[in-house]
Design a protein around this ligand. Structure first.
Ligand code: ATP
Ligand code: PRP
Length: 212
């Protein structure tokens, strides 16, 4: 009998696109995926169980082995630094990480402050740039910080650029492009290598077709 494969899916923005990709790859996902508050969805026809987690938590479930595979944004992978394999760029939910601030911003030497939902990523970036900054961790509405004087700059995701524009902020530096990735627990990869390789192959084919 084929073993069950547990997949950690990020709720929110990425979910719909990830479900669409899996369906195109031939996985028969029931209508519960389109309209449900369930956090665990079993698909016995595929011998698969899906768990629906907060995007930032997906690598944690995969690292601990309670999910064999998962879908996570590159932003989350950089921020969380979990011990998991990143096996495929799914090329969905594309956006990028940037530094932004008020127009005309000039670097301050004394006590520069940067607000972000991604303190590790931001710390890593400014270290690479050789700039010492104080990182202030926020959980959302990051664009508010420079407007209200909490920080001079922010490190945040930009997609359409609308949030920056509507709040009178400008992009100062681009840090890294972001897409969602398929990630795998190292032990699961040893135990279910054929199954996971097949999943990667099926998804790769759909991604290639989409970029042709
Ligand atoms: N404009 C965007 N803003 C934020 N994340 C985006 C955007 N576009 C794509 N993404 C991707 O979606 C993921 C975040 O999804 P979502 O916004 O649903 O979750 P979240 O912000 O972590 O959740 P919550 O707002 O409930 O805390 C990111 O990790 C990133 O990879
Ligand atoms: O370039 P845009 O298309 O405007 O998208 C970028 C915005 O979207 C995200 O915020 P989200 O909507 O997740 O709200 P949050 O501030 O509560 O995280 C992100 O943090 C930016 O604020």
């Amino acid at each position: 009998m084929t073993e069950w494969l547990t997949v950690a899916m990020p709720k929110g923005r990425i979910f719909e696109e990830a479900v669409e990709l899996l369906r195109k790859a031939g996985y028969q996902l029931p209508s519960e995926f389109d309209d449900s508050r369930k956090l665990i969805i079993d698909v016995p026809e595929e011998n698969m169980r899906f768990i629906l987690a907060k995007p930032m938590d997906v690598p944690t479930y995969v690292e601990h082995g309670v999910a064999d595979v998962g879908v996570a944004g590159k932003d989350v992978m950089i921020e969380e630094e979990r011990t998991v394999y990143e096996v495929l760029d799914l090329k969905i939910s594309a956006c990028y990480m940037a530094v932004a601030g008020l127009p005309g911003y000039e670097k301050k030497d004394i006590n520069p402050k940067v607000a972000s939902k991604y303190p590790n990523l931001a710390t890593q970036y400014f270290k690479e740039q050789g700039e010492q900054v104080e990182i202030i961790k926020l959980n959302g509405s990051i664009e508010l910080a420079p407007l209200i004087g909490l920080a001079d700059r922010i490190v945040d995701i930009v997609s359409t650029g609308r949030t920056l524009k509507e709040n009178g902020l400008v992009e100062l530096e681009t840090i890294v492009p972001i897409t969602s990735r398929l990630i795998v627990n190292p032990v699961s990869y040893r135990m279910q290598d054929e199954r996971i390789d097949q999943m990667v192959e099926r998804l790769s084919k759909v991604i290639e077709e989409g970029t042709e």
